[in-house]
Design a protein around this ligand. Structure first.
Ligand SMILES: Nc1ncnc2c1ncn2[C@@H]1O[C@H](COP(=O)(O)OP(=O)(O)O)[C@@H](O)[C@H]1O
Ligand SMILES: [Mg+2]
Length: 373
């Protein structure tokens, strides 16, 4: 799949942008704070229904405007299609695919698949479990709309169950209600955990292969799922459900005291391990960057295998952070993928051949697209 055109109206610092992209590298260059990442953000928004930088659509509206409009024309499975995002202040966001309104964001998932790689991705390694969950949730939601639906349901269930736990003290009559929420929690939560476990298992293999290649066989990267409770066979949904129920039953007193749900996918994590040691604790900055690159490349591999098509790759400000070898490896390995690259220095791309199109971003406009450096 690839993106042909992007149209922005009152989106961030773009009043009006109409731009046509190439099928290879699209190099978006310019000084800082001119609007390069805003273009990446608009593309990501069309893929996932939300920005990668904020959960608030109002932030995306151009200053002093009342709404934004984004339209993306793309080519997928031998035909043209389009995605539109229409947002007005105080209203629900309107999404259209091929001009037809889409009722749920879940129905948008999988239409345009993207892999995004930005400096903040180092958080996957450096920060807490929620950053790591976010990474796999974004990928899995694109691959499996039913997973995205389960995630949405799960967070609603969690909210309700936690509210109930807060008022449970000394109210035995509420135990029946709790039982209902327990059932929902276990059903939905177990499905999420099963999918995550499978995904992490595949990522372990694929990222391991990529990492070996990136480090000339010097380093072993592996990824291990760390669920919030033990399950004998993570591939068996019944097993997960059974263990989940036992765990909750054993923890109920504690949960009532703490007024919160202590076990389930919202407490999941996974370890990223280099040569048997935690990358977070023992990895150097360079090793951590390479590990993230391996994870991202494995994400592309998984998407390609799952959908039989290449996703679109968004590289926001990451090239300057990779050394020459890693850059070369990256370019050798993204050959057939439409790629959007933002950078401040286009001379970086002397090698980037005829397959590249250049866009100079200056203060919310694309000034010119020269075709070679
Ligand atoms: N809602 C908004 N309305 C108008 N301008 C905005 C809005 N949000 C961000 N900006 C402007 O966009 C610019 C940053 O764009 P960005 O794409 O992040 O820059 P960069 O080129 O460094 O990637 C800044 O000048 C900022 O003031
Ligand atoms: Mg930027």
């Amino acid at each position: 799949m690839y993106i042909n055109k992007l149209k922005l109206r009152y989106f961030r610092n773009y009043k009006e942008l109409d731009v046509e992209f190439g099928q290879g590298y699209n190099i978006i260059y310019g000084d800082n704070a001119q609007g390069k990442t805003n273009i990446i953000e608009a593309i990501f928004l069309c893929a996932s229904g939300r920005s990668h930088r904020t959960s608030r659509d109002t932030e995306l509206i151009g200053s002093e405007e009342n709404g934004y409009y984004v339209k993306l024309d793309m080519f997928k499975e031998d035909r043209d299609s389009s995605i539109e995002m229409i947002f007005e202040k105080n209203e629900r966001k309107n999404i259209k695919i091929n001009e037809i309104p889409v009722k749920k964001i879940a129905n948008l998932m999988g239409h345009l698949n993207v892999v995004i790689f930005s400096p903040e991705d180092l958080f996957i390694i450096k920060e807490g479990p929620s950053e790591r969950r976010r990474f796999i949730d974004i990928t899995l939601s694109q691959l499996k709309p039913s997973y995205f639906h389960d995630l949405q349901q799960y967070s609603k269930i969690l909210l309700q169950r936690n509210m109930l736990l807060k008022v449970m003290v000394n109210k035995k009559e509420l135990f029946d209600t709790l039982e209902i929420w327990n059932n929902h929690l276990i059903k939905t939560g177990s499905r999420i955990m099963k999918v995550r476990n499978e995904f992490i298992g595949i990522m372990d293999v694929k990222a391991g292969i990529r990492h070996k290649q990136l480090t000339n066989e010097a380093e072993n990267l592996s990824v291990r799922y760390v669920p919030s409770f033990n399950v004998k066979n993570m591939y068996d949904l019944n097993d997960i459900e059974e263990s989940y129920r036992k765990t909750i039953e054993a923890a109920i007193k504690k949960e009532i005291i703490k007024c919160t749900t202590l076990f389930g996918p919202h407490r999941d994590d996974y370890d990223i391990i280099l040569n048997g040691m935690s990358t977070k604790i023992y990895g150097s900055q360079g090793q951590q960057r390479t590990a993230v690159l391996s994870l991202k490349l494995s994400e592309i591999d998984i998407m390609k295998e799952d959908t039989e098509d290449y996703p679109v790759l968004l590289l926001d400000d990451v090239l300057s952070e990779l050394d020459n070898n890693r850059q070369e490896y990256l370019f050798e390995n993204i050959g057939k993928i439409q790629t959007f690259i933002t950078c401040t220095d286009k001379s970086f791309f002397r090698k980037a051949d005829s397959n590249a199109k250049f866009f100079n971003v200056v203060n919310g406009t694309v000034v010119k697209g020269i075709d070679s450096v």
